[in-house]
Design a binder for this molecule. Structure first.
Ligand code: FMN
Length: 393
């Protein structure tokens, strides 16, 4: 069974990731994971934290001589910023809270964060233990886990990309003809340079006003075989798994499969993806369009798996909103801690990781295998069957 967990606080010693179920014999090294972690750290509109951290995941277990052993893979990422939080995040007991500095209690709760429900639920008198884990620092762990999934999917020719569709009010004119090299070079992960410039201005304006700005991202997985996921049970549906994976990313507030609500005002005849005749049974099944985003009935249909998510403007602002004090319930200004102005570009990289983890799970659910060669054999055997019925007996 493929599963994964993360642990770690934003300013603690570091992040811990355990990924279980990757078959034996897969080549992997720290550099491969490092490339993905570096992509997450880029982006116009990010705050000072990214200048401190240069994330690197150490492979602690599960890999020998450059190949997976089939055992759980544990990764750790050190938080460079931890040295500035030794007392505030000390594992050992400390004397007491301070009146000033990092080890004072955080009581000015922030709306739009886990702060209020978290302190109530866990019975804290300090927001720190809640904000430390709810921080999007945790998404570095997901990108590291996602890199393992991505490496696994590469073996089957499956690739995953993302690009930014909108930031604030600025939207790309078209989502077709994406130049992926340009996206990777763009600090707002946008294919169109004119739009990218307007997006940067939108971020600058928000920053000058002490405010924040959100946006939307599209993630595309190519070469996904037909039949991953299942129509037979609600929690096996691949579109539902992608939706949960994306919705779990901090600050994501809506998810759509394919163009989603953009086509919901069209008539049915305009939005179905017509199945094209098969001239060569060895070719994959094809459609004239991909409005279903590559899924039908909770299963991949052989077209690219395409999903979008919208991410809200960050809740921590240099011009803080009014809030209340946790002790007294009286009005105060919300706590401000170093913060991004726009997190949309890195969210694309996190979305790719989550998509990779979902597809890897569906692949392993379907094809199993304790070794990569066994998984691959099962995969090839299956591909041989997904043809018009009279060409496969
Ligand atoms: C890549 C990324 C970076 C983020 N950076 C910040 C940040 O610097 N400041 C902040 O207040 N929220 C940031 N967020 C969003 C918060 O983590 C999120 O809004 C908060 O945990 C509450 O969760 P919710 O919005 O899903 O309800 C970031 C989110 C992502 C995906």
């Amino acid at each position: 069974m493929f599963r994964w967990f993360t642990a770690g606080e934003s300013h603690g010693q570091g992040l811990v990731i355990i990924v279980e179920g990757i078959p034996a014999g897969m080549e992997i090294d720290e550099e491969f994971i490092g490339v993905q972690l570096a992509r997450r750290q880029k982006g116009y509109g990010r705050g000072g934290r990214m200048l401190i951290e240069q994330d690197w995941a150490h492979i602690e277990t599960g890999v020998r001589h450059g190949k997976t052993m089939g055992s759980p893979i544990a990764l750790t990422i050190k938080n460079k910023d931890w040295v500035n939080w030794l007392e505030a995040m000390s594992v050992e007991k400390v004397e007491d809270y301070k009146e000033e500095g990092r080890n004072q209690r955080v009581t000015r709760i922030r709306a739009g964060h886990a702060d209020l429900p978290g302190v109530m639920k866990y019975n804290f008198d300090d927001v720190r233990p809640v904000l430390e884990r709810s921080s999007a620092r945790e998404t570095a762990s997901r990108v590291a886990a996602g890199a393992l999934a991505r490496r696994f999917l590469e073996e089957f020719g499956i690739s995953i990309k993302s690009h930014v569709i909108s930031i604030g009010k600025i939207k790309i004119p078209s989502t077709s003809d994406i130049d992926w090299d340009k996206v990777e070079q763009s600090d707002v992960r946008c294919t169109d340079e004119n739009t990218a410039e307007l997006m940067r201005r939108e971020i600058d304006e928000a920053k000058e006003a002490g405010d924040t700005v959100g946006g939307t991202v599209e993630v595309i997985a190519e070469n996904v075989p037909i039949g991953l996921g299942s129509h037979t049970q609600w929690d096996l549906k691949i579109d539902a798994l992608v939706a949960q994976a994306f919705m779990s990313i901090n600050a994501v507030k809506s998810v759509s499969i394919g163009p989603g609500e953009e086509i919901m005002d069209e008539w049915g005849s305009k939005v179905q993806d017509v199945i094209l005749p098969v001239s060569n049974p060895d070719d994959p099944w094809k459609r004239n369009t991909n409005n279903a985003g590559g899924t039908e009935g909770g299963m991949s249909n052989g077209m690219p798996l395409v999903a979008r998510f919208a991410i809200k403007p960050i809740a921590t602002m240099r011009n803080p909103l009014p809030s209340v004090d946790l002790d007294t319930g009286e009005e105060v200004l919300a706590h401000f801690e170093r913060s991004d102005v726009c997190q949309v570009p890195p969210a694309g990289v996190i979305g790719e990781a989550m998509m990779a983890l979902v597809i890897a799970k569906c692949m392993l659910d379907k094809f199993g295998g304790d070794s990569l060669s066994e998984t691959y054999r099962n995969y090839l055997g299956y591909l041989d069957t997904v043809k018009p019925r009279n060409t496969y007996k």
